[in-house]
Design a protein around this ligand. Structure first.
Ligand SMILES: [Zn+2]
Length: 460
């Protein structure tokens, strides 16, 4: 299924958001990290001159660039070594279709990952919206959503007479066949995605993989206060990881420990390669049209969504890769090709057990959504052999939740409840480590082609 075009809502200009300025943070520990000053890009501008649309940034130094087209949704991606983007938090956002654009009053939270099926009004020329940030360690991207097909005619660093440097990307209006041909060419020459994974050491302890949603070029949801989902969930993931490690009973792996983009397929791969006994993906999204809705929701994967809202939410989360300018083929993982239906069913029933346990413990310390257990086709929960849940901590569209989500007290209380739920889950599963793996191995061994046609029977 082709991905639906993405749209971002507009919120009135706000002051430079600190989190945004520090977007391109270097990975924390590296013995041979370069000591040179970061390259800084600032002051983005868009000019439309007839068929030509010109995007430019002031940039502090020369750097190699690569620009290419991606189709469905139609984007232009500019890739370069790590660059620190010092830009306003609202830079690149498209106007919301329902916004009256009146500044000040009724500031609306912004859902940068919302799905829009209607054609979008351009910011300028062929550009509907754009975003930028760290795509992978050492690699930054500018992702430009196109309002109409275009061809990159130039991507370069220019130096003017005064010595000032500018990053310039020029796009010319093109017909769709020309655009698609460019996109195919880009795909054929794209380097294979790098895998950040190292083999996991075995400790005998159950491995809990904690997945902070979004990151880098994919901000996730934005609160009216300027708080961003990607930062909130990273804080929470770190807190939970520390808490679990301190018990001495678990080994934890974070899918990301910094503000970096990780493709959905890689998140699943990290869990599988770490031999995870449990995968918890952490989010804090928003419901733009329902600011009164609040409280946490725990999702499991299912082929059929529990309700229409869960289905919409899964569709939106599944577009994370597209938001970051990843081609559908680039982010493809092998999970979908694995037909261990029986193992998958077993895994799903464990996921349901953990989700129920988590609802119980969470409800003791913080507010749950009135429909707190839901399911839908989340790509990030699709490891066939790792019980997986997605914990939506709350909604950034709700004032109540927004206040809680940035409170250290609330975070401590909730992460303690999650850790207790994890304890309860492993206690009830017996020895915890290995039991599921043994069951899965047995099932894999007895798996035969006749299981292929079975549909998922998980109890959602
Ligand atoms: Zn999210």
């Amino acid at each position: 299924m082709p991905l639906v075009a993405l749209a971002c809502a507009l919120s009135p200009p706000m002051a430079m958001a600190a989190g945004r300025v520090r977007l391109a943070q270097a990975p924390t520990v590296s013995a041979d990290a370069p000591t040179t000053a970061p390259i800084i890009a600032a002051n983005p501008r868009l000019d439309s001159l007839g068929d030509l649309t010109r995007m430019s940034f002031d940039i502090s130094d020369a750097t190699p660039l690569r620009a290419f087209a991606l189709a469905d949704p139609d984007r232009v991606v500019v890739e370069m070594p790590e660059v620190e983007f010092r830009v306003d938090a609202n830079a690149g956002r498209a106007p919301a279709p329902t916004s009256n654009r009146a500044p000040g009053r009724g500031r609306k939270p912004v859902d940068r990952s919302a799905v829009a099926s209607a054609p979008r009004a351009p910011l300028a020329g062929v550009v509907a919206s754009y975003r930028m940030g760290l795509f992978a360690p050492g690699k930054s991207r500018i992702v430009i959503d196109l309002a109409e097909p275009a061809r990159v005619v130039r991507a370069a660093i220019e130096t003017d007479a005064s010595g000032a440097r500018r990053l310039v990307v020029e796009m010319a209006r093109a017909d769709r066949p020309t655009f698609l041909a460019e996109a195919r060419k880009a795909q054929a020459t794209a380097p294979p995605p790098s895998s950040p994974l190292a083999p996991a050491p075995t400790t005998g302890k159950p491995v809990i993989v904690i997945d902070a949603g979004h990151g880098g070029v994919d901000d996730g949801a934005h609160a009216a206060s300027g708080a961003m989902e990607k930062d909130i969930v990273l804080e929470f993931a770190r807190n939970l990881s520390e808490r679990l490690e301190k018990t001495g009973r678990y080994r934890t792996v974070l899918t990301r420990g910094t503000d970096v983009f990780i493709p959905l397929g890689d998140r699943v791969k990290i869990a599988r390669e770490a031999g995870a006994a449990l995968f918890v993906s952490v989010h804090a999204d928003m419901l733009v049209d329902e600011p009164q809705v609040s409280g946490a929701t725990i999702y499991t994967v299912s082929d059929k969504a529990s309700d229409a809202q869960a289905a919409r939410f899964a569709d939106k989360e599944n577009q994370s890769d597209a938001i970051a300018g990843l081609d559908g083929a680039e982010g493809h993982d092998d999970v979908a090709d694995i037909l261990y239906d029986l193992t998958r069913r077993e895994t799903r029933s464990y996921s349901h057990v953990f989700a129920r346990t988590l609802v119980d413990y969470f409800g003791e310390v913080a507010k749950l959504n009135k429909n707190a257990r839901r399911s839908a086709g989340f790509r990030v929960l699709k490891a066939p052999d790792v019980p997986s849940v997605l914990l939506e901590l709350g909604y950034l569209s709700s004032d109540l939740d927004s206040r809680n989500l940035v409170s250290g007290d609330w975070r401590d209380r909730v992460s303690m409840a999650v850790a207790t739920a994890i304890d309860a889950f492993f206690k009830n599963r017996g020895d915890g480590a290995g039991k599921l793996e043994d069951a899965a191995l047995g099932l894999k061994a007895s798996f035969n082609a006749s299981a292929r046609g079975d549909s998922d029977q998980a109890d959602h």
